[in-house]
Design a protein. Structure first.
Length: 539
């Protein structure tokens, strides 16, 4: 594993400069943010968007806010479509290298423009994180890593997916671009070719088999913890067969892989490693990978329950909470025990409940805000629809925690329920539980002209939960009004059984969402979930 250790060491050393700059910026976030903003304005002043909004005349953040309105994706879509069909100098002065698909709050797919400068912005956030991670867990440098690789779905792009600009990344490490991409791939426990396995079952099996070969696995980085829990479920269900394949140098699903792909993936036998593993699937991961140092994943909001399940499965392995990361940009990173804003990467603004927009330095601890960001990819004053709460400060820079999505709305009868609001309802509903449920989701259910909401959950169901859920949802005046008019029936509860995360992800995957983009939510606008999630209604 000399190659992996060398790649990790090179990344750690290369990250030192950005880490030092980030540490210094924490003491003066306004200065760091103004530097980012002025660079964006200067570089893109002569683009179509920059000319229309007078970038050359903007001198201050206040002028930027006056000249450029806050926009959602739908308002930016015409500009991005011009890029898609090959027009240069639309949002950015430099070429758009990729249009990266990501899921919207509904079924719509968004295309996010990526430039070389955006990659540099992302790395100004990733580098301090990785430097701090390796400093806290220095032994993680010495072995291989697993960074989530998502399989490509057959419906990865929306209809009419033709484009003059390439769409999507070849592999997930391409998010980092350049040298960092090469270093990540050099230290990877599994090859990026696995994303081309067309079926989810075979993809999980091959991934599990290759991961089991790695006795020197030191770091796992995934997005939602359910991503890793599902892989572990595949290991548990196929443990004996996996050990047999590992020992013999075979792969029991290879006949179901595309021939060209099967020829490129190597499965060398390792009888010694197979004998070193427990005969039965172990209770904790430190018995599978004794050298595993840390698992990095989301732990906040809707991920809290699955993160608690994962933490119990890790044994002595550390669990690190990721910052707020989206395809559009990086908002915060884990650093020095908190999650400070990535003030050297993008220009960040925050919208209060009443619509007032404030800068990073004006955030108040304990208050919630919606995120607005401007990036070198050409998103200017872009409403991310992520809601955050300020939970502290590092230096003078706010530390934040993700609360939920603001634009994910379910509105069958005028009730206007949002994902962020429902997430807060769940926090109150399950407040007395020692451990949050691993799965909880609210969704509408319509039948015979009637509509009501169903809570799908893995939690134990106490008496009176439906009445309490109804009361908490009624704090939303639109929902309360619909209930008073009997436009909505009383909510009900569906106790899920089996692997609800797998069933949830499989439905969305079949609808065309990429596995890495599927984010469990507190609220789904889709109905009919009882047909996909095993279990029963609770009387």
């Amino acid at each position: 594993m000399v190659k992996a250790a060398a790649a990790n060491s090179l990344w750690w050393l290369a990250a030192a400069r950005d880490s030092a700059a980030f540490s210094a910026a924490l003491g003066d976030p306004d200065a760091a943010q103004e530097q980012v903003l002025h660079a964006l304005l200067r570089k893109n002043a002569r683009t179509a968007f920059g000319r229309e909004h007078g970038f050359l005349q903007i001198r201050t953040p206040a002028e930027f806010a006056r000249r450029v309105p806050v926009r959602g994706y739908d308002q930016l879509r015409p500009w991005i479509e011009r890029i898609r069909w090959g027009e240069p100098q639309v949002l950015t002065s430099e070429p758009v290298r990729r249009l990266v698909p990501t899921s919207g709050s509904t079924a719509a797919r968004k295309l996010i423009p990526y430039t070389e400068s955006l990659h540099r912005q992302l790395n100004r956030a990733v580098n301090p994180w990785i430097f701090a991670l390796y400093r806290e867990h220095p032994r993680a440098v010495r072995g291989v890593s697993y960074w989530a690789i998502s399989p490509v779905t057959h419906n990865a792009f929306p209809p009419g997916g033709e484009s003059a600009v390439p769409m999507g990344f070849d592999d997930d490490a391409a998010y980092l671009g350049g040298l960092r991409r090469a270093l990540v791939n050099a230290a990877m426990a599994v090859p990026p070719e696995l994303q081309k396995i067309p079926t989810i079952e075979e993809w999980r099996y091959v991934t599990a088999l290759l991961l089991l070969r790695q006795s020197n696995l030191r770091l796992i980085s995934v997005w939602h913890p359910s991503f890793l829990l599902l892989l572990l479920g595949t290991m548990r269900d196929n443990w004996e067969q996996l050990l047999s394949d590992l020992s013999a140098g075979t792969c029991s699903v290879s006949s179901r892989l595309p021939a060209s792909l099967a020829a490129r993936i190597r499965f060398p036998g390792d009888a010694r490693r197979a004998r070193a593993l427990p005969a039965g699937f172990p209770d904790t991961l430190d018995h599978v990978w004794p050298k595993l140092e840390v698992v990095s994943c989301w732990t906040h909001s809707h991920a809290a329950g699955a993160a608690a399940d994962l933490a119990r499965a890790l044994g002595s392995v550390a669990l690190q909470a990721k910052g707020l990361v989206a395809t559009e940009g990086i908002i915060s990173i884990p650093y020095a025990g908190q999650h400070p804003l990535a003030v050297r990467s993008h220009y960040l603004e925050f919208e209060e409940e009443g619509g007032r927009v404030v800068r990073a330095s004006e955030l108040e601890e304990g208050r919630e805000y919606n995120v607005i960001l401007s990036t070198a990819g050409g998103l200017f004053r872009y409403r991310l629809d992520d809601r955050i709460v300020v939970d502290g400060r590092l230096g003078r820079t706010p530390s934040i925690r993700f609360v939920g999505k603001t634009a994910l709305i379910s509105d069958r009868r005028g009730e206007k329920l949002s994902d962020g609001f429902v997430a807060a309802v769940f926090s109150a509903l399950f407040r007395d539980d020692a451990v949050p449920p691993s799965f909880a989701m609210l969704a509408p259910e319509a039948a015979n002209g009637e509509c009501r909401y169903t809570l799908y959950t893995s939690a134990d169901i106490p008496d009176g939960i439906c009445a309490r859920l109804d009361l908490l949802l009624s704090e939303n005046p639109h929902y309360a009004y619909c209930r008073r008019l009997a436009q909505l029936g009383a909510p009900q509860v569906f106790r899920v059984s089996g692997d609800a995360h797998a069933a949830y992800g499989e439905r969305l995957r079949r609808m065309g969402q990429r596995l890495g983009d599927i984010k469990p939510v507190a609220l789904s606008a889709l109905d009919g979930w009882a047909d996909y999630l095993g279990g029963d209604y609770v009387a």
